[in-house]
Write a protein that binds this ligand. Structure first.
Ligand SMILES: [Zn+2]
Length: 316
């Protein structure tokens, strides 16, 4: 009898824990959606200087602090440890510097411990300040608690109490952002993701490939090809997770196999606005973007279509 009561109690407790986890996940998703609109694209300097895995982590963690731009996290990562590449003490696993800070974002253990339960899965178990995923997510949470994004100066000052430090971080962040969040021409077309074209439009293995495949690491940003309205954002057979955007003139663009989507159906988007991240979901054999353009209800060759629009080349 007692055993049964205990078992019932544990079952009830487990149910409660699941409920809390579900609530936390939905809050996080809401933040991700709200936080990503208007974020900046990496500048050529950022793409050259920041390792791809770190860039993806900065971009993934920033939206957990709604309105915080990824470039602030990236600038802190640069100033602190050159994105984990510094060979100074306190960067490598298990070492600390003279101030007891450690890891790519230079956390003191007690500060990191205060945030380790806010870190989503994907890093070390248990979370570690030496793990880039965990450290960057903890940094986003810490900045948010310290006033970001509204009071960025105070937030960065909390990270390291020096005026020169704040100015250095802000200047670095500026260098990492492109000047404009949208291409110069309103209504123009831009490349939806930076990557390598691996499979073109047309016949493929006895079937027809209705789009263009652009391969890039999971987490690489996907941006809206041109201005429009999101008509689908969610799971889709074959595509895993997709986004479809309606544009003027009966044109629809499709973005498939996504790792995450940052937009919702009904949302207006601008050319170049981040809408999601490249992934490997659905019928996919490696992380890539399936980019499809339908004009008048028929899929057309995206490469040819871009040439006709006078748009930048899709495949470099
Ligand atoms: Zn494809």
């Amino acid at each position: 009898m007692l055993v049964k009561l205990i078992a019932t109690g544990i079952a009830a407790l487990l149910f409660f824990v699941v409920l809390i986890a579900a609530a936390a996940a939905s809050i996080l998703t809401a933040f991700t959606n709200a936080g990503n609109s208007g974020s900046h694209q990496p500048s050529p300097h950022a793409l050259a200087d920041i390792p791809a895995d770190y860039l993806a982590l900065y971009q993934q963690a920033a939206p957990t602090c709604p309105g915080l731009d990824w470039s602030i996290l990236a600038a802190i990562g640069k100033v602190e440890t050159d994105h984990g590449r510094s060979t100074l003490p306190g960067v490598a696993e298990g070492t600390v510097n003279h101030a007891q800070a450690g890891g790519p974002m230079q956390f003191l253990q007690p500060t990191f411990d205060a945030y380790d339960d806010t870190i989503p899965p994907g890093g070390a178990t248990p979370p570690s300040r030496y793990n880039p995923h965990d450290a960057i997510h903890a940094a986003a949470a810490y900045l948010c608690d310290s006033g970001a994004p509204e009071d960025l100066y105070t937030a960065i000052y909390a990270y390291n109490h020096a005026d020169w430090y704040v100015r250095k971080v802000l200047a670095q962040a500026e260098q990492y952002r492109t000047a404009a969040t949208v291409p110069p021409q309103a209504g123009g077309w831009g490349v939806p993701a930076q990557g390598t074209c691996t499979s073109g439009f047309g016949p493929r293995n006895g079937e027809r490939h209705n789009g263009l495949d652009i391969a890039a690491p999971t987490g690489t940003p996907i941006v809206a090809a041109t201005d429009g309205t999101v008509i689908d954002s969610g799971p889709a057979t074959g595509y895993g997770l997709w986004i479809r955007i309606q544009h003027p003139g009966g044109v629809i663009t499709t973005y498939g196999h996504n790792h995450t989507n940052h937009v919702q159906s009904g949302q207006a988007v601008r050319a170049g606005q981040p809408i999601g991240e490249i992934g490997n979901r659905g019928e996919s054999t490696g992380p890539h973007l399936h980019f499809q353009i339908d004009a008048g209800g028929q899929p057309v060759d995206p490469v040819t279509y871009y040439q006709q629009q006078g748009a930048p080349s899709l495949c470099g």
